[in-house]
Design a protein around this ligand. Structure first.
Ligand code: G3I
Length: 371
């Protein structure tokens, strides 16, 4: 009898340890766990597109089924001079996505930032119209049928919901928005077209975004989705605010994508009331508190925050097309250099050694308990 109990115990231990081993080896993955819900994407750096680091590459292929180029498809790289396009890196990016059967998102056609210097100098409406036609038509046609969705216009709104006085607005007025979506649809009628912005879950900017979508539609433009970038913080925005936005955008008949998700855990210089605006925060240890390691207490906060966000995403999975993280692992995040250079931030699900964090487990756990 004793011996039987011993064998039973041993058997149970073997089974349990093999389950844990599976988990530790990460046999399960984000993309498989959420495969019936929405795409799980990541932004790729130039090195990742070129598969320079074998470990990063296998992590990307295992965990993600959608990709966005973090930088190489922005105007200054794709269209460096008026009569010159450079598609070398973008071609590699598309080939990477096709080889790995991933959803491929194009970022971005019309954006006031990361423009080539010659574009920023366009002052005349005819020249700007010609630029937009050539730029959008050339790029979208080149990848027709190979890119699944495009950010047609990026960050056209101010925080109060008014239109940003960008080089496009200053030369063409608000009509540039309609034109951009029309040109993209003419070049590839089947590709999904998105408007993408940050903080557009916040009420004032959201209302501006809704007006903008209505303008594009009223002007005869085709728009399929809205991208909420989701560069968020531990405490904000609230889950209610995010939910209201999902509902408001999808009520317009649009798909909602979370396109650049990350969560900063570091202090924000703009929150320091009374701080001298000219103060230099670089090299200030208080602003970079977790240089060595993220304390467990914050690791847990981050895990809980990610869990509540993904819980909401699952609740509205019928409205959400894609959730993309802005980078594969903490080591590559733009948040290590913004808004203060040279900090150590921890905004993603994988740490800089490519190991899954508590936040990864908390997101995955939602699916274990869900099914
Ligand atoms: O390529 C140069 C490199 O040659 C040089 O050695 C290095 C020195 O700093 O700079 C490199 O360029 C940097 C580039 O990223 C590539 O790494 C730029 O300085 C840096 O400003 C640029 O930042 C990018 C930023 O967009 C520019 O606006 C970030 O990587 C990228 O994550 C970020 O992404 C944006 C989205 O496109 C739109 N939404 C907001 C999001 C975060 O800002």
């Amino acid at each position: 009898m004793r011996l039987t109990n011993y064998y039973l115990l041993l058997l149970t231990l073997i089974i349990l340890s093999s389950c844990n081993a599976q988990k530790e080896n990460n046999v399960v993955s984000l993309k498989d766990s959420f495969k019936n819900d929405f795409c799980i994407g990541t932004a790729l750096s130039a090195n990742q597109i070129e598969e320079k680091n074998e470990k990063e590459d296998s992590l990307i292929k295992k965990e993600f089924n959608a990709i966005t180029a973090e930088n190489i498809m922005k105007s200054m790289f794709l269209h460096p001079a008026k009569d010159k396009y450079d598609f070398a890196m973008a071609d590699k990016f598309i080939a990477y996505g096709e080889k790995n059967k991933m959803f491929i998102h194009g970022h971005t056609l019309i954006w006031h930032s990361q423009l080539a210097s010659w574009m920023a100098e366009i002052k005349d409406s005819i020249e700007m119209k010609n630029f937009m036609k050539d730029h959008i038509t050339t790029i979208v046609s080149k990848y027709k049928g190979r890119i699944d969705s495009w950010d047609v216009v990026n960050e056209a709104l101010n925080e109060d919901g008014t239109l940003r006085k960008s080089v496009f607005f200053n030369t063409l007025g608000e009509q540039y928005l309609v034109d951009a979506f029309k040109l993209a649809a003419a070049a590839d009628p089947k590709v999904d077209l998105y408007y993408n912005d940050y903080n557009n879950e916040e009420p004032a900017k959201r209302q501006g975004n809704i007006n903008l979508i209505k303008k594009i539609k009223a002007g005869g433009g085709k728009i399929d989705g809205v991208g909420i970038q989701a560069h968020w913080r531990l405490e904000s925005p609230s889950i209610e605010t995010i939910e209201e936005s999902i509902l408001a955008y999808s009520a317009l008949g649009l798909k909602v994508a979370f396109t650049e998700l990350d969560i900063t855990v570091l202090p924000n210089p703009w929150d320091l009331k009374g701080a001298d605006v000219n103060q230099n925060f670089e090299g200030n240890a208080k602003m970079n508190p977790y240089q060595e390691k993220l304390p467990d207490s914050v690791q847990v906060k981050l895990a809980n925050r990610y869990a509540s966000i993904f819980k909401l995403f699952l609740k509205h999975k019928d409205k959400i097309s894609r959730v993309t993280f802005w980078g594969v692992h903490d080591g590559q995040s733009w948040l290590n250099d913004w808004p203060i250079k040279g900090r150590t931030n921890y905004p993603l699900l994988f740490n800089s050694n490519l190991k899954p964090k508590k936040a990864y487990q908390s997101v995955m756990k939602l699916k274990e308990t869900n099914e």
